[in-house]
Design a protein around this ligand. Structure first.
Ligand SMILES: [Zn+2]
Length: 678
């Protein structure tokens, strides 16, 4: 029996033959392609003298089949999974980790890479080749290839401990979240809550064995509406305190010791590898480059955003005092009065906008926008196999009618698809033997579904999400590199959101909205005053929100950019850092760190600043389009050449400067967010 995954794909554009693939095919195909990849590595090692071509380039070319099969598998596990695929993932993931480690821990292979690296000045490499050599060499070194056997063993031990500790951190947060429930007996205590939130609260109470009552938990869908809409101040306070004391109560589920262990082990790991701190280690492979640069970035933004942040809080405090006689605005009051204030100021709700954003028209708008900017055209092609009937496959061409990419769009929720929206690829772009192998790109979303009587009408947030993911997709589709590992979205982490976030800016421009935002019944274009309202509402409390993001970024850097062995009292340490950004009175006993999963459980350590960093980039880059015209062909061509097509071929700062003519400045973001003193 032949395995369709292992054969050459006989489909149009050699896309995955989804119609032939069953879950049974994956494990044997992965095992077989791991063997094939290992043979390719052995061939590299069997060459005589190591050269750039027979070692560095050959490594980039190796494991291609494994890459394609893994991409199909994990993309399906996110977009169209089932019990069988999930079970398989638990088998396949460790196989791939082991294979990756086998390569990175191979001393013989590293020795060859290092030999090429040492001659790099004499090799006459192109900038792209230089980047590939640097990246390949660093990937071994950063994984411990230069350590002696005892140090290498210590590194493995630290990695194992860190894996255990971040698991434990997450488990504690989850257990604390699940443990808490707060019952409400009188409906009058629910005043202000939308009907949907009330129904959900009644359902939770019933599930918890107390039908007829209402209950709230610390899950976002229960907690956020309560804090935002509940008029009852005591209810808000109770929930706020429970939420912000998670895993910090000195019991079995307390995370404070875990945090100390994590940051100290990360520091030891960095020192072992020759870096002054964990942040130095992480930032070596980021556009920001160093902890000092991140600190300076956050501090300069803080200084500029603070006046508006203070004004935002004052406005809410005054509003709360006038409305309800609140004389000291507390943290559990902020979301509630902000929501009321926002409604009073903007009178903008989703239902007002939805009729102008019919999904089919928005997609057409996205396509038209990318045609005007980059000359791309999209035609659905039913010959390209898809993994679900809701998926549409498009053939993408450029102005010269050349094939650019295959683009899959998968828009509606269904069981088996995870939440959220994302861009991914089934195959990256690369050049080999003079052939440009074009990419297969996909975006997966969970948009409002059409009904029998109504088409799919998107909220404005869904519209910006579609533009965001499509921006990532352009980065993938317009890729034009030699090496797959430097192509498309394979760029530094704090640079990858530039193409996606910049594309969102077009949604706020009348010239762009006029292309597609038409009432689904009357055909009328979206009124100019509605666009103005959307823009103003988007800037609501930007000062406060910016300070909040900066506070998390500073806390992250404080834990990771110096020797943490001095940190004994976690609560005092956190208070001291947060006092730089606090705009509301500190609540005794609460803590951010003990449930700061981004940096202690997920992979965001020394990376939280990236959210704001990417905003600075997108606002600064879009400013050029605003100056020259949002569809200016020259600016679009420059953005395509230097950013979208360049991938990770050079350091992002160099690429950016080539597009913008200078380094990025925060002024455009401050202006867009209304943070510049006027
Ligand atoms: Zn994104």
């Amino acid at each position: 029996m032949s395995n369709p995954l292992l054969a050459d794909f006989a489909t149009l554009f050699a896309t995955p033959p989804f119609h032939l693939i069953t879950p049974d095919h994956f494990l044997p195909a992965i095992q077989s392609s791991i063997r094939q990849a290992k043979e390719e590595i052995n061939t590299i090692k069997a060459q005589a003298l190591p050269t750039f071509e027979n070692t560095i380039e050959a490594l980039d070319r190796s494991g291609k089949k494994l890459g394609v099969i893994s991409a199909i598998f994990f993309n399906l596990n996110s977009a169209e999974t089932n019990d069988q695929i999930q079970k398989l993932a638990r088998k396949i993931s460790p196989l791939l980790t082991e294979h990756a480690n086998d390569i990175l821990l191979d001393q013989e292979l590293f020795h060859r890479v290092a030999q090429v690296f040492e001659q790099k000045e004499n090799l006459k490499l192109s900038p792209e080749q230089h980047t590939l050599l640097e990246k390949t060499y660093k990937s071994f070194v950063r994984n411990g290839a230069k350590l002696n056997p005892e140090q290498a063993a210590e590194l493995r031990k630290i990695d194992q401990q860190l894996a255990q500790l971040s698991l434990k951190f997450g488990e504690n947060v989850l257990a604390e979240t699940n443990k808490f429930v707060h019952f409400v007996e009188n409906e009058t205590d629910l005043e202000g809550l939308p009907e949907g939130a009330k129904e959900a609260a009644a359902q939770i109470a019933e599930e918890k064995g107390q039908p007829g009552k209402w209950a709230f938990t610390l899950d976002y869908p229960s907690y956020i509406p309560a804090l935002t809409y509940a008029k009852n101040r005591e209810l808000r306070k109770t929930l706020f305190l429970a939420f912000n004391t998670k895993a910090s109560k000195g019991d079995m589920l307390d995370n404070q010791e875990t945090i100390k262990n994590i940051v100290n082990l990360r520091h030891q790991r960095a020192e072992l590898l020759g870096y002054p701190s964990h942040a130095h280690f992480v930032l070596e492979e980021r556009m920001a480059k160093s902890p000092q640069a991140v600190q300076e970035f956050l501090r300069s933004l803080l200084e500029k955003a603070r006046p508006k942040g203070e004004a935002d809080v004052r406005e809410v405090a005054d509003f709360a005092e006038k409305l309800d006689g609140i004389d000291s605005l507390q943290r559990w009051d902020f979301a509630y009065y902000s929501e009321l204030l926002k409604r009073e100021k903007y009178a903008l709700d989703d239902e007002l906008l939805r009729p102008y954003f019919q999904l089919e028209k928005v997609i057409e708008g996205v396509f038209k926008t990318s045609e005007k900017l980059y000359g791309l055209t999209f035609s659905p092609n039913s010959q390209i196999p898809v993994y679900h009937k809701d998926v549409t496959a498009y053939e993408v061409k450029n102005q010269k009618n050349e094939h650019v990419a295959v683009f899959y769009a998968d828009f509606f929720p269904r069981p088996g698809k995870r939440n959220g929206a994302w861009m991914t690829s089934y195959k990256g772009q690369y050049r080999e033997n003079g052939m440009d192998s074009r990419p297969h790109i996909s975006i997966v979303c969970n948009f409002t579904k059409p009904t029998k009587t109504k088409p799919s009408l998107l909220t404005f947030q869904e519209v910006t999400t579609l533009f965001h993911e499509f921006g990532h997709a352009l980065h993938g589709m317009l890729a034009s590199g030699t090496y797959e590992s430097l192509s498309g979205t394979s760029v530094y982490w704090d640079f990858v959101e530039l193409p996606s976030q910049i594309f969102e800016n077009w949604c706020y421009e009348k010239e762009c909205l006029d292309l597609f935002a038409r009432h689904f019944q009357t055909g009328a274009t979206i009124p100019a005053d509605l666009i103005e309202k959307i823009k103003n509402a988007a800037n609501f409390q930007q000062g406060y929100q910016t300070l909040r993001q900066i506070s998390f970024g500073l806390l992250d850097m404080a834990y990771h950019s110096q020797n943490p062995s001095q940190i004994t009292d976690l609560s005092a340490f956190e208070s001291q850092i947060m006092s730089q950004t606090d705009l509301l009175p500190k609540v005794c006993g609460t803590m951010v760190s003990t449930s700061f999963s981004h940096i202690f459980q997920g992979g965001y350590s020394s990376g939280y600043y990236s959210y704001k960093w990417a905003e600075v980039l997108d606002a600064d880059a879009f400013e050029l389009f605003q100056e020259k015209g949002i569809f200016d062909p020259e600016t679009a061509q420059a953005f395509q050449n230097h950013i979208l097509s360049a991938g990770g071929s050079e350091h992002p700062l160099e690429l950016y400067k080539r597009f913008r003519g200078r380094e990025p400045k925060p002024d455009a973001l401050l202006k867009r967010a209304g943070l510049l003193a006027s």
